[in-house]
Design a protein. Structure first.
Length: 312
């Protein structure tokens, strides 16, 4: 199969028929073999009923319905599991991403040999405060921290070599930093393409001002996981050793001063309590590292989600 299209969605009943028809038209015009996976992330409208109707009319359309809302990352991850195409295309369901971009995104993976191609919405129609400003801030911060030079890290329109989606896990809110996850998994050929961004035709945006906070937390998490996810002891152990060593040196100095000069009682000097605190914190960080190692080695099923129903 040439292409698998993954469409995560929540409460997009109005846009789904138009999106499905548009994708199908592009695929037929280019003679692509394809399937479309629509992942219903706990919709409360008629989205799932619409997906059923679309699947009945077009056998290329398949669907997964989550029992409750898990988030976009969970929807993408489940779509990645199901996708069988040589090239995987992800796009949002709100018609702001144009399916007409699919042929070129496919070509860049197959012909230009990119592992991942991210769309760049150079001209945007989003709210400047709730979406554009957070995106610019976190794109800049992520570029500086990860070394991946993309203008629009969080663009929903992306294409992937199949090997990429089978080698990465997307959970929590990590969908914003999939290129970083791909890089940490060893995929270095990451490209970018300017794509059309359309004004929203139906519904309302599902994102708000919480992107300011969540974006920073996601970035901190992804950088930590990328470097220390498989070896948490290297991070917590190093910090623990540093704190414990500082506390031990201070305590040793106080003990020497007491024995050599007998001027003060150790417990009467404020620095004694600083040394004690540093050694306690160091010990706790060591224990945190050990616990992190245990969790890392015993959590093979951290990406399981309750699926109420599946088509195809």
């Amino acid at each position: 199969m040439d292409i698998s299209v993954i469409v995560p969605l929540k409460n997009e009943e109005e846009s789904l028929p138009e999106l499905a028809a548009w994708i199908a038209r592009v695929m037929q015009d280019n003679n692509f073999s394809y399937d479309i996976w629509m992942i219903d992330d706990g919709s409360t409208d008629r989205s799932w009923e619409v997906i059923r109707e679309l699947s009945d009319a077009n056998h290329h359309i398949k669907g997964i319905k989550f029992q409750r809302n898990y988030g976009k990352s969970a929807a993408l991850n489940e779509g990645f599991r199901q996708a069988q195409g040589d090239v995987i295309i992800t796009m949002d369901a709100d018609l702001q991403d144009s399916p007409d971009e699919i042929p070129e995104l496919y070509r860049m993976i197959i012909t230009d040999k990119y592992d991942l191609v991210s769309g760049w919405k150079k001209k945007r129609y989003d709210n400047a405060v709730t979406k554009n400003l957070p995106s610019k801030l976190y794109n800049y911060a992520t570029t500086r921290m990860s070394g991946i030079k993309l203008h629009d890290m969080n663009c929903g329109l992306k294409s992937y070599n199949r090997k990429v989606v089978k080698c990465i896990e997307v959970y929590g809110e990590m969908h914003r930093y999939i290129p970083v996850l791909a890089k940490w998994s060893g995929f270095r050929r990451i490209g970018e393409k300017v794509v059309e961004h359309r004004a929203r035709k139906y519904g309302v945006s599902k994102f708000g001002l919480e992107r300011f906070i969540n974006g920073f937390l996601d970035l901190a998490s992804i950088m930590f996981i990328g470097k220390f996810g498989k070896r948490p002891m290297h991070f917590f152990g190093a910090l623990g050793f540093l704190f414990f060593f500082i506390g031990f040196v201070i305590a040793g100095y106080l003990a020497f001063a007491k024995l050599a000069f007998d001027q003060y009682k150790m417990t009467e000097r404020p620095i004694f309590f600083l040394a004690l605190l540093a050694m306690i914190i160091g010990s706790q960080l060591f224990l945190t590292g050990f616990i992190g190692e245990l969790v890392t080695r015993n959590a093979p099923e951290r990406n399981n989600y309750l699926i109420e129903e599946q088509i195809g």
